[in-house]
Design a protein around this ligand. Structure first.
Ligand SMILES: [Fe+2]
Ligand SMILES: [Fe+2]
Length: 408
């Protein structure tokens, strides 16, 4: 087999391993190492390898690779908008892994609209082939991507995931990871130079848990990144944020969307969601410790208030305290059946006021700083695919009916 074909095979295997295994899993590392090694070998002969994927055909430079006729990965790449792949220079392993991550995100859940399928990394380029279909030796430089977010596929996947949890009682972890990976890619859509905060806007009250969970995942990853945590930690905080309210699937929708004050019984049911979520996540075979802890602790205040009530005062996990701030921010910024959405300033004011009581002061201050700095990078996205709800519960339109009620 020729070097280019060997590289493409190893590349496809690395993508498969990354979809199957978590960060730092030996099988994943091995597959990535192998693909990286094949790329180095290839570049020792061809410093700037260029691949084109067109239907059944894989072209290397100008030469079709006939041995890859039946290789279906090329077709999948082309469908995901990657019709051309070019390595301009030697790439570092980290850069290569980041690139694989982006390709995988496109293959699993494309965060990128069909019109804007071009992207540029420092020395790896990939994107659509020009309309004329020319594969000149000196292709025109691809423009820097402008990415339009829809987040539709991510929201759909999360709805499906919540459904699975409800009907089967299991949490499909690979899909949760795929959503988080895709959100992470969307956050760095501009080629990694500038962060974006894609936040979903609530369409129907019954979609709140989906919209809110996506937003808490994005905000938690953003804050983790703002604090300088590693990529692996940022992703696990994202998973924890995405799944923090998973226990709510046990609560009837009419309680979740009730416009008025909850009865004692309903409140007790609502307050069970942290423990219920932790139990659900504990049953997932893979190691989800952080998500379990965050699901359990995200309503506990640093002064010991909140719920579930701890019998002995103890410190909560850093991730729980971080998700807690993001959770309350998103809840307040969103219109609920019993009140209107709060403004940006009012919400930040509330967080600052509750710093030291409800929120860890350092995390709270960091969050406020981050939002002030990154607010211009917030992209509000309508959840176009949200199913239209049954008629809203009576009185749903009346805001402030129950006064200010905080129920993230
Ligand atoms: Fe919650
Ligand atoms: Fe929440």
């Amino acid at each position: 087999m020729s070097d280019p074909a060997r590289f493409l095979n190893a590349f496809a295997q690395a993508l498969a391993a990354m979809a199957l295994y978590r960060d730092q899993h030996p099988a994943r590392e091995r597959a990535v190492d192998l693909a990286y090694q094949q790329l180095q070998d290839l570049q020792s002969d061809t410093p700037r390898p260029l691949f084109t994927f067109l239907g059944d055909e894989v072209v290397f430079g100008q030469i079709p690779l006939r041995e890859l006729k039946a290789w279906d990965c090329g077709k999948r790449l082309a469908q995901a908008g990657i019709q051309r792949l070019e390595f301009e220079d030697r790439v570092g392993r980290d850069e290569f892994v980041g690139f694989l991550d982006e390709v995988l995100a496109r293959l699993t859940l494309s965060a990128i609209s069909t019109e804007a399928r071009q992207m540029r990394r420092s020395s790896i380029r990939f994107g659509a082939v020009g309309l004329k279909g020319e594969t000149d030796t000196a292709p025109e430089p691809l423009p820097t991507a402008t990415i339009a977010f829809s987040l539709g596929e991510e929201a759909d996947t999360l709805r499906w995931l919540q459904d699975e949890v409800q009907t089967k009682g299991t949490v499909p972890l690979l899909e949760a990871e795929a959503v988080v990976r895709s959100l992470a890619v969307a956050m760095h859509g501009g080629g990694g130079r500038q962060i974006m905060l894609p936040l979903l806007q609530l369409k129907e009250f019954d979609q709140y848990t989906t919209t809110h969970s996506m937003n808490v995942a994005v905000l938690s990853m953003a804050l983790a990144e703002f604090l300088g945590l590693s990529t692996t930690d940022v992703r696990s905080f994202g998973i924890a944020g995405l799944l923090h309210d998973i226990g709510k699937i046990k609560i009837p929708l009419d309680v979740l969307t009730k416009p008025g004050k909850l009865t004692d019984e309903e409140r007790a049911l609502m307050n069970e969601h942290p423990a219920a979520g932790a139990r659900l996540l504990l049953e997932v075979e893979e190691d989800l410790d952080l998500a379990v802890v965050v699901a359990y602790e995200h309503h506990i205040m640093i002064n010991g208030g909140g719920y579930p009530v701890l019998h002995y005062a103890r410190d909560c996990h850093h991730a729980s305290k971080l998700v807690h701030v993001c959770d309350v921010y998103d809840a307040l910024r969103t219109r609920r059946p019993y009140r209107e959405a709060w403004s940006f300033e009012k919400t930040l004011g509330y967080l600052a006021e509750r710093s030291g009581l409800e929120f860890e002061p350092e995390l709270c201050a960091a969050f406020v700083r981050m939002m002030r700095q990154w607010e211009p990078h917030v992209a509000l996205v309508a959840d176009e695919r949200a199913p239209v709800a049954a008629p809203a519960p009576s009185g749903a339109a009346k805001s402030e009916q129950a006064g200010v009620s905080l129920g993230p």
